[in-house]
Design a protein around this ligand. Structure first.
Ligand code: 5GP
Length: 188
């Protein structure tokens, strides 16, 4: 996605060889026109797949998920990082290792908002080692639903997540793939 590459070059901030800061347009302040473009890209790629639901993880995936779900005209749900007291009934949980905080946390999803047999499209802002995406896939599968695809905005292809998800057979579509963050952002 050329527009996204330009935005990353102009506004992305390299924090280290492994972390890119995108908080001026993607995960703190949000560029809503870019969200629409991202939704369009995911829709074009996955539209033949009979998607029933869009799933992400809070908080950075939410804007992307809503923009995508609007085009599919399907429900959107996000996994919560802290199970609220109001989450009654059957809940699916799984443990995920946070890339940015380097600690384990539990994510939860109410069974009310995912149905057996559904085709679920998972979306997220970044793919690094693949823990967040794998955790979401495992929740979908625990619910008896099917992972129809995984849409990622920024894939850091050098951190293993791409290989992990492809080896598991998932249909992974990343809008930009980064080769490296050493000194500058290098794209594939
Ligand atoms: P993974 O689970 O694939 O190792 O990491 C993906 C998750 O960690 C994403 O949900 C994203 O929020 C966060 N993340 C991974 N790498 C980066 C990064 O370079 N910058 C930011 N801002 N978040 C990241």
């Amino acid at each position: 996605m050329e527009k996204l590459k330009k935005i990353l070059i102009n506004k992305g901030k390299i924090v280290s060889d492994s972390i890119l800061k995108v908080d001026s347009f993607l995960n703190h302040q949000i560029d809503y026109n870019l969200m629409d473009d991202i939704g369009n890209e995911f829709y074009s790629y996955f539209k033949a797949k009979n998607i029933d639901r869009i799933l992400t993880i809070e908080a950075s995936g939410i804007a992307i998920g809503i923009a995508t779900a609007k085009l599919f005209k399907k429900p959107f749900v996000f996994a919560k990082k802290k199970k609220p007291n109001t989450m009654f009934g059957k809940v699916i949980s799984t443990t995920v290792l946070s890339f940015t905080k380097n600690m384990n946390y539990e994510i939860s999803l109410s069974c009310e908002f995912i149905n057996q047999g559904e085709n679920v499209l998972i979306v997220d802002d970044f793919l690094a080692r693949g823990n967040a995406a794998s955790g979401l896939c495992s929740m979908v599968e625990k619910a008896g639903a099917h992972v129809a695809g995984i849409g990622i905005v920024i894939e850091k292809s050098f951190q293993g997540g791409h290989t992990l998800l492809k080896e598991k057979g998932y249909d992974l579509f990343s809008l930009v793939r980064l080769r490296s963050l050493k000194n500058k952002i290098s794209f594939y």
